[in-house]
Structures are given as structure tokens and as C-alpha cells.
Design a protein around this ligand. Structure first.
Ligand code: NDP
Length: 480
């Protein structure tokens, strides 16, 4: 394969697609990372057929076989985390430390699910009938179609592929066309770790072609998707219509509540990290900062002081705190929400300007709005960029009501030194994940991840809970 040209993995072979797309570095638009396939419907169908065929034997593989492959792949990912982090940061635009951290997380996820292959115990139940025994076991689902977004280009593919393989499924994955290199590197590592042909297939291309073919194929038993609400809902409707199992992780409008009694350094640290790190391009980003009136002015002043010290720049440069926005279309969306918030009467207290530090990239200064209310679009719709707004409220009760006043329910955070409010908030926040004195973004790899309301659909991802989606339960009765 010529350097800089990448291929799809179909049936264990690296296969060229007829068309290719350039992968561009958002920190420096003159930097072309490589040519990646733009796969066709036929390429996708070939990958699905290969996965179907491989499932016949892979579904009967031993836990030891699956452990060895996942463990070997985990070791390689962890050993190469600096290189993989650089690949990721170059194509997605998060800073190098963030990229390396994400690559390490992918390795840890593979390690965790290597162990899970050995922990898939069943249950025995006494029958209500004499002389009958009952066994409850889990079996693989079949061929899993995976459609992943651009904002976590290695961690999301890892947290979908690892449990799928651990529990004996075959995979067809379509990563976001914008950031295919990270997924390509992960799949290459897994394939070389010893996967039989066809167990894992990578098809890089457009959502409307590759994604659509995966969703519509009767040979794909289950679909796991992470991305926008609109695409997720359309995929779910098609999947459910043909009886496929489906799991969706979508957007958020995550609140971070700051109470009068909060430690101001903890509150500001968590708010800046949660709202703006990874360029605010996290489904768990704290885009609504809900602040009680006694601390409001002090909090806003401290946020502005902190934001003045934050360095926006090339993702690969040392000292960068926030990298560029991922592409032009996302930048347009961010800028349009900055305009909308202004027009609605929000006050732009900091940032929101386009920056060009030396090279041509999609650089946007973090934007902080104050004087916003819950009825404004800036507090209701997901921006998915470095844009956050402050909502002033009277007390804890109003803060909790505002935090829950959203169609989303992914992550919800609070800064407080009160045990009473922290405990109440953990119980009453309508979200899949709750953070006390921590950023809304940033989670462990061994426990469930997911949300409620409009943020998620279907079983949780990650940790042992992943088995709900990637296995199907069998209840066997036997007359002794
Ligand atoms: P999408 O939901 O459009 O994309 C997510 C994935 O779905 C990509 O791999 C995409 O392919 C694929 N896809 C697109 N259309 C279809 C289809 N018809 N059938 C099957 N698969 C499809 O999100 P975008 O990347 O376009 O981002 C748009 C917005 O979504 C962002 O601005 C942000 O608000 C939100 N978002 C939320 C994320 C989250 O984690 N919650 C992650 C990413 C985005 P491809 O793009 O390669 O064509």
C-alpha cells in the first residue's frame, strides 16, 4: 500500500475503493493527512457478507481465543499511545495530551473487555416444575453495524468494537468520514493481533452510502450509533422497522450548577474544563452554567480571568489548551449560535472571535455568554463547540429545575460543599451521569456510559453493562 493511501478492511483483506477522499488537518488546512476510501454500497455489502460468514465460527470461539486477541491489541495500543494520540490530534484537532489520553483510554477499554471474555457467567434457576432444570446463558447477537462520530475517533470505535468481539460478535464499522485515520489504526492493530478473516470489517465512506447500507441490511442484526439526534432518530426508525436491535448515544445540553457555597476554584476549573476543553466538542460538555445569585458575579469574573489564560492554537503544538474546531461546517454552526445568542439578548462576556494563530485553521476563541435565560435557543439546542452560557438563578431549587429543563439527559454536574445539596442533586438530576465537583465531561472506562430522555436510546455502553446490547439471553429447560 503506498504511504498516505489507506484502504478498507473487508473479509481480512485490505481492499481499495474506487473513490477516495482527502483527510485534512483542521489545525493546518495545507496539511493533507492522507487519502482515505469513499466506499460504495457494494463494498459495504461485501463487508457485511464477510462478517456473516465469519460469525459461523467466531461465535463458537473460546473466551481464551478472544481474550488473547483483545489483550494483545490492548498492549499494542498502550505501547503506541503517543503515536496514536498524534494521529488523532492531527485529524480531529483536540490537543496532543487529549489525543494521547484518548488513545490510552482505547487501550484500557480493550484490556477491560479482554477480561470480560472470562466473566460471562450464566445462571441456574430452580424450575417451578419437578425434575426440570433451568439455565440462563448469554450468546452473541450476530453481525453488529457500527456508525461512529468524529469527536472521539479512537475511543468510541474501541468501546463499541471491544465488547462486540469479547462476546463473540462480528463487526462492520463505519467511522466518521472526517476522521478515519484513528479508526483505521485501531482496526489494523486488532487485525494483526490475530482476528480471523471477516470478524472485523472497516468500511470508510459517507453516512448516506455506507451508513445507510448497514442500517438497511437484513444481514446486520444490531446497530450501535453515536452522533447527532437527527441522524440517530432516522437510523432507529429504519432499524426498528426491520426488527434490528438498536442502541443510540446522541446529544446533550449538559448543565453545570454552581451554588453559593461552592469552592470557587473547583467550580471554575470544572466549568472551564467541562465547557471548553476538547474545543467543547463533547456530547458531555457543560454548555449551560447555572449559577445561584450569591456567587454569580464572582464566578463570572473568575471564569473570564481563567479564559484569558487559555491558549487556543495548533492541536500538535506544545502549550495549546484548546485546539481548532473540527471543520468548516461545525465552525459555521458555532458562529451561527454565537449570533443567535447575541440576537436573543445574551451578553457575550468573553471570546467568540475567530483566531488565526499563524497557520490557517478553524480557530475559535471560547465564547462565554451571560444574562441568558432558559427560554433562549442557546440554552435549548446543542451547539457542539466552545460556547457556553451562564443562567442566573435564585437558589438550589431553581437551579435543579433549570438543570432538568431540557430534552436531553446525558450528564449533569454540580459544584457545592454541601452534602445535603450534593446528595439531593445526585438523586434528582434527570441524567444518566451525575458529577459532583467534577466536570460534566470525563468518565471512567469500566462503568456504564449513557443518558436519558433525548440523549440515548437502548442499553448502556461500556463496563459490564455493555453485555446487554452485545449479547442475547437464552433460557434452556431440561428434564433431568
Ligand atoms: P451525524 O450524526 O450526521 O454523523 C454521525 C455518524 O453518522 C457519521 O459517521 C456519519 O457519517 C453517519 N451518518 C450520517 N448520515 C447517515 C445516514 N443517513 N445513515 C447512516 N449513517 C449516517 O453528525 P455529524 O458528524 O454530521 O455532526 C453534526 C452534529 O451532530 C454536530 O454538530 C453535533 O451537534 C452532533 N454530534 C454529536 C455527537 C455526540 O457524541 N453526541 C458526535 C458528533 C456530532 P459521515 O459524517 O461520515 O458521512
Amino acid at each position: 500500500m503506498p504511504e498516505g493511501t489507506f484502504q478498507n478492511l473487508i473479509g481480512g483483506e485490505w481492499v481499495k475503493a474506487d473513490k477516495a477522499t482527502s483527510n485534512i488537518n483542521p489545525s493546518d488546512l495545507s496539511d493533507v493527512i492522507g487519502e482515505f476510501p469513499s466506499a460504495s454500497k457494494a463494498d459495504t455489502e461485501a463487508a457485511i457478507a464477510a462478517a456473516r460468514e465469519a460469525f459461523k465460527t467466531w461465535s463458537l470461539s473460546t473466551p481464551q481465543q478472544r481474550f488473547d486477541i483483545l489483550d494483545a491489541a490492548a498492549n499494542e495500543v498502550l505501547a503506541r499511545k503517543a503515536e496514536l494520540g498524534r494521529i488523532l490530534s492531527r485529524e480531529e484537532g483536540k490537543t496532543l495530551p487529549e489525543g494521547i489520553g484518548e488513545a490510552a483510554r482505547a487501550g484500557q477499554i480493550l484490556k477491560f473487555f479482554a477480561g470480560e471474555t472470562l466473566r460471562l457467567n450464566g445462571e441456574l434457576a430452580p424450575s417451578v416444575r419437578p425434575g426440570v432444570s433451568v439455565e440462563i446463558t448469554r450468546e452473541p447477537v450476530g453481525v453488529i453495524g457500527m456508525i461512529t462520530p468524529w469527536n472521539f475517533p479512537i475511543a468510541i470505535p474501541a468501546w463499541k468494537i471491544a465488547p462486540a468481539l469479547a462476546y463473540g460478535n462480528c463487526v462492520v464499522i463505519k467511522p466518521a468520514e472526517l476522521v478515519p485515520h484513528s479508526a483505521w489504526a485501531l482496526v489494523d492493530i486488532l487485525q494483526r493481533a490475530g482476528l480471523p478473516k471477516g470478524v472485523l470489517n472497516l468500511v470508510i465512506g459517507r453516512g448516506s452510502v455506507v451508513g445507510e447500507t448497514i442500517v438497511q441490511s437484513p444481514d446486520v442484526d444490531a446497530i450501535t450509533f453515536t452522533g447527532s439526534v437527527e441522524t440517530g432518530k432516522a437510523i432507529a426508525a429504519k432499524a426498528v422497522a426491520r426488527g434490528a436491535k438498536v442502541q443510540l448515544e446522541m446529544g446533550g445540553k449538559n448543565p453545570f450548577v454552581v451554588l453559593d457555597d461552592a469552592d470557587i476554584d473547583v467550580a471554575v476549573g470544572a466549568a472551564v474544563n467541562g465547557a471548553f476543553f476538547s474545543t467543547g466538542q463533547r456530547c458531555t460538555a457543560s454548555s449551560r452554567l447555572i449559577v445561584t445569585e450569591g456567587i454569580h458575579d464572582k464566578f463570572v469574573a473568575a471564569m473570564i480571568e481563567k479564559l484569558k489564560t487559555v491558549k487556543v492554537g495548533d492541536a500538535l503544538a506544545e502549550g495549546t489548551d484548546i485546539g481548532p474546531v473540527v471543520d468548516e461546517s461545525q465552525l459555521k454552526q458555532d458562529l451561527s449560535y454565537i449570533d443567535i445568542a447575541r440576537q436573543e439578548g445574551g451578553k457575550l462576556a468573553f471570546g467568540g472571535e475567530l483566531l488565526q494563530p499563524g497557520k490557517k485553521g478553524f480557530y475559535l476563541q471560547p465564547a462565554l455568554f451571560t444574562e441568558t435565560s432558559m427560554s433562549m435557543r442557546i440554552n435549548r439546542e446543542e451547539v457542539f463547540g466552545p460556547v457556553a452560557s451562564v443562567v442566573k438563578v435564585k437558589n438550589y431549587e431553581e437551579a435543579l429545575a433549570a438543570a432538568n429543563d431540557t430534552i436531553f439527559g446525558l450528564s449533569s454536574g454540580i459544584a457545592t460543599t454541601s452534602l445535603k445539596y450534593a446528595t439531593h442533586f445526585k438523586r434528582h438530576a434527570q441524567a444518566g451521569m451525575v458529577m459532583v465537583n467534577l466536570p460534566t465531561a470525563g468518565v471512567d472506562y469500566h462503568v456504564p456510559f449513557g443518558g436519558r430522555k433525548g440523549s440515548s436510546y437502548g442499553p448502556r455502553e461500556q463496563g459490564a453493562y455493555a453485555r446487554e446490547f452485545y449479547t442475547t439471553v437464552k433460557t434452556a429447560y431440561q428434564l433431568a
